[in-house]
Design a protein around this ligand. Structure first.
Ligand code: U2P
Length: 226
C-alpha cells in the first residue's frame, strides 16, 4: 500500500473509533419517581433529610438506562466516581426534587452517589455527570406528575383510585403510557409507590415505553397522604 493508502486507512480507523465511542450502549431510560408517603409508611424505616420533611410531591429515584428486553446495565465505570464539585449549582434543586428518605438522616449525597455509580456511569456515552443530574431534574419538572393527577381529581388523601384511571390521567397529560408500581402499607393495602416514564437515549424527551416494568398493582390502589 502506498503512503496515500495508509493515510486513508488511518483516517477510516480514527473515524470508526469515534463513531463507536459516541454510540449509546442502552436502548432508553426510565425516569423513576417515588411517592414519599408510600416509601415512609411501609414497615421499612424512613428518615427525612437533614433539610427537613420533603414536599408532598413525587421525588426522583433515578434516571436508569435500560434495554428493550427489560434488563439493565449497572455499575458500568468504577473509574468514574461521584464528584459533588461538578453539581454544586444543582444541589439546592436536588435537595427539593431528589430528596433522600433512607436512614440515617443525611443531606442526600449518598443517594445521589449511589444513583450515579449504579446507573449514571452506564450513560456516560451520552451525558456527563452534570448533564445526568440536570436532565433528571428537567424531566421531573417537565412531567409535573402531581399536578396532572390532582387536576384529574386523584389526590394524596389516602383514598383509593383505579389503576386505569391513574394511568389514563398521566397518558393524557404527558402523551405516553407510564409504568405504575405499587407497594404495601402496614395494613397490606396496595398503594401508589413509583411512576416510571420512558425517555429517549438523549435523556431529554419522553417516549412510549419499549417495555413496561412489572408493577404489581391491583385494579384499585391507595394514594397515601404524606
Ligand atoms: O427493583 C429493585 C431495585 O432494582 C433496581 N432496578 C429496578 C428496575 C430497573 O429497571 N432498573 C433498576 O436498576 C433499582 O435499584 P436502585 O437504583 O434503587 O439501587 C431498584 O430499586
Amino acid at each position: 500500500m502506498g503512503a496515500k493508502g495508509w493515510v486513508v486507512l488511518k483516517l477510516l480507523m480514527f473515524q470508526s473509533l469515534f463513531v463507536s465511542q459516541s454510540q449509546e450502549d442502552f436502548d432508553f431510560f426510565y425516569l423513576v419517581v417515588q411517592w414519599p408517603g408510600a416509601y415512609c409508611d411501609t414497615k421499612r424505616a424512613c428518615c427525612y433529610p437533614t433539610s427537613g420533611k420533603p414536599d408532598a410531591d413525587f421525588g426522583i429515584h433515578g434516571l436508569w438506562p435500560n434495554y428493550k428486553d427489560g434488563s439493565w446495565p449497572s455499575n458500568c465505570d468504577p473509574d468514574s466516581q461521584f464528584d459533588r464539585t461538578q453539581i454544586e449549582d444543582l444541589v439546592s434543586s436536588m435537595k427539593k426534587n431528589w430528596p433522600t428518605l433512607s436512614c440515617p438522616s443525611n443531606e442526600g449525597f449518598e443517594f445521589w452517589e449511589h444513583e450515579w455509580e449504579k446507573h449514571g456511569t452506564c450513560s456516560e456515552s451520552v451525558m456527563d455527570q452534570h448533564e445526568y443530574f440536570e436532565n433528571a431534574l428537567k424531566l421531573k419538572d417537565k412531567a409535573n406528575l402531581l399536578q396532572i393527577l390532582t387536576n384529574s381529581g386523584i389526590n394524596p388523601d389516602d383514598g383509593f383510585y383505579g389503576l386505569s384511571e391513574i394511568t389514563k390521567a398521566i397518558k393524557d397529560g404527558i402523551g405516553f403510557t407510564p409504568g405504575i408500581q405499587c407497594n404495601k402499607d402496614p395494613e397490606r393495602n396496595a398503594q401508589l409507590y413509583q411512576i416510571y416514564l420512558c425517555v429517549d437515549t438523549s435523556g431529554t424527551e419522553f417516549i412510549e415505553c419499549p417495555v413496561l416494568p412489572r408493577g404489581r398493582c391491583p385494579a384499585q390502589l391507595q394514594f397515601a397522604k404524606f
